[in-house]
Design a protein around this ligand. Structure first.
Ligand code: SF4
Length: 171
């Protein structure tokens, strides 16, 4: 059995005018796109809110999965395709968007995170509003902070990459 299956998308020549402006701006600034899986349950919602929080940080901006996947002629899609790094937060271990994006982007571009593995709650709940809004936001903040910390750590040079004159015992 094959590990992949195909789906079919109807082409369009349409573009979203403001999306084109935003896409060009992101290409010019070299920002990193941030996606979530957009799942309709509480896990998808926490991933979505966490992605929005990360997208507010310097150097990041929210990617549009609809255009990235279904409208490759658009500037937002070209931005994603041409970015060095793409951050993706899936809501849970199903990795729904990761399994799509790993077939659209190069392996080294995609930085994947599983939100549920960070906060480890609500597995018996489905509805978004089964968790109060403030608690949802606090949980999303926990996910966003954990993802940002891992992204920051990944940017740190390894010991062998440090300049020769640097001293490992100096602060
Ligand atoms: S990754 Fe989990 S939360 Fe997101 S769409 Fe898939 S099943 Fe839903």
């Amino acid at each position: 059995m094959s590990d992949v299956f195909n789906t079919t998308i109807t082409k369009t020549k349409l573009v979203c005018p403001i999306g084109e402006i935003a896409g060009k701006d992101n290409i010019q600034k070299g920002t990193t796109p941030v996606f979530s899986c957009e799942g309709a349950c509480i896990r998808g919602e926490i991933a979505r809110v966490a992605a929005n929080m990360i997208a507010k940080e310097d150097g990041y901006s929210r990617g549009c999965h609809g255009e990235a996947i279904s409208a490759p002629h658009t500037e937002p899609a070209k931005w994603v395709k041409g970015s060095d790094k793409v951050v993706l937060i899936d809501g849970c271990f199903m990795n729904c968007h990761g399994r799509i994006f790993e077939n659209i982007l190069d392996k080294e571009q995609l930085l994947r995170f599983d939100a549920l593995s960070i906060y480890k709650k609500y597995s018996d709940l489905m509805e978004i509003d089964s968790v109060p809004e403030e608690e949802r936001k606090a949980t999303a903040r926990q996910v966003a902070d954990a993802v940002l910390a891992q992204l920051k750590q990944a940017e740190q040079p390894t010991q062998t990459e440090q300049p020769a004159e640097s001293c490992s015992t100096c602060s």
